[in-house]
Design a protein around this ligand. Structure first.
Ligand code: TYM
Length: 334
């Protein structure tokens, strides 16, 4: 039976990259009638230092972003990871299945740990095994993510396969990464070779979900581009990372293909395209940011929603955790 699981770290404000690569698609999957489980991965967030009050606020704000983007906490399960303790328990078991050699190949660890990996937390290193636990704990079959998470989902498949092999079982299904649409990798507005990220020191490099209309329009107007007009064929974007990025963003926001966007804007300069993109971005994002503000006025209600989601997640997770530990040889006598 198909089941979707995906997560977002509540480690700061969310960006247009998170929206187009994840949130918008999460709502679409739910509307397709697939069982959907979405998680604010606070245990992942603390792999780097989080100020406790900020973590709490960012978790609520990320929950508000899910709901404002169309994730309905009645039809989907929406919760924060640390309220379902089975995540941490299964992660330990999977730490003992995953191999050091596999973890050493994880590019996100190398990027985040930087040059001085000795100073990184042990949790940051083990992070991908916790992510595998998130997915396998629900026997999820599909994992919608942006391009940057593909390697982690592939590692999850390796961990599932090794578990099944070592214990001569078919207990864990192999999850598929779903990396679809025009915006699987939204790039920085200042540098078309860098991913748009909440951790980029330059705020002008990204659009935050909480940016107001003027800020969004200004950031798009100032986005780095080349002086050429847009081509009429996709081929013409090959060596133009910045132009390609803006076309992809337009396509994803408008539910068009990049081809269709070029059909409309091919031959036009950025003087015409940027204002059209800014208008589109404001039209799509302003209602989300307004709804987030409204939801954030009632933090207790958000906490209740997360608690309810955690109860429902726990009902699925507990039996799967129990069965996993039993397969591994642990006594389960209570
Ligand atoms: P995180 O919090 O970095 O990002 C959340 C989601 O947003 C996508 N994303 C992007 N997509 C397109 N362009 C971008 N510039 C961009 N930036 C971020 C990410 O690909 C992701 O889908 N490890 C995960 C969280 C996680 C998870 C999981 C995901 C924990 N457990 C289980 C799926 C399943 C992470 O750090 O995502």
């Amino acid at each position: 039976k198909p089941r979707i699981f995906s997560g977002i770290q509540p480690s700061g404000g969310l960006t247009l990259g998170n929206y187009l690569g994840a949130l918008k698609r999460f709502a679409q999957k739910q509307d397709e009638g697939i069982e959907t489980i979405y998680c604010l991965v606070d245990l992942h967030a603390i792999t780097v230092w989080q100020e406790p009050e900020a973590l709490r606020r960012n978790t609520r704000e990320a929950a508000a972003a899910f709901i404002a983007s169309g994730v309905d906490p009645k039809r989907s399960i929406l919760f924060n990871q640390s309220q379902v303790s089975a995540h941490a328990e299964l992660a330990w078991a999977l730490n003992c299945v995953a191999r050091l050699g596999w973890m050493n190949r994880m590019t996100q660890f190398k990027d985040k740990a930087g040059k001085n990996a000795e100073k990184a937390s042990l949790g940051l290193y083990a992070y991908p095994a916790l992510m595998a636990a998130d997915i396998l704990l629900y026997h999820a079959t599909m994992v919608p993510v942006g391009e940057d998470q593909k390697q982690h989902v592939e590692l999850t498949r390796d961990i599932a396969a090794k578990f099944n092999h070592d214990f001569k079982t078919e207990f864990f299904p192999s999850p598929e990464p779903l990396i679809e649409g025009a915006a699987t990798r939204v790039m920085s507005l200042r540098d078309g070779t860098k991913k748009m990220s909440k951790s980029d020191p330059s705020d002008a490099s990204r659009i935050n979900l909480t940016d107001d209309a003027d800020t969004i329009a200004k950031k798009i107007r100032k986005a780095v581009t080349d002086p050429e007009p847009l081509p009429s064929e996709l081929d013409g974007l090959k060596d133009r990372a910045e132009a390609r990025n803006l076309v992809n963003i337009y396509a994803a926001l408008a539910d068009m293909t990049p081809d269709q966007v070029l059909g409309e804007f091919g031959g036009e300069g950025f003087g015409k395209f940027k204002p059209a993109l800014a208008d589109l971005a404001v039209a799509k994002l302003a209602p989300i940011s307004d709804e987030m503000t409204r939801l954030m006025n009632d933090p207790a209600e958000i906490d209740r929603t997360l608690g309810d989601g955690a109860n429902r997640a726990d009902e699925i997770a507990q039996p799967i955790l129990g069965k996993t530990l039993e397969i591994m040889g642990m006594i389960r006598s209570r």
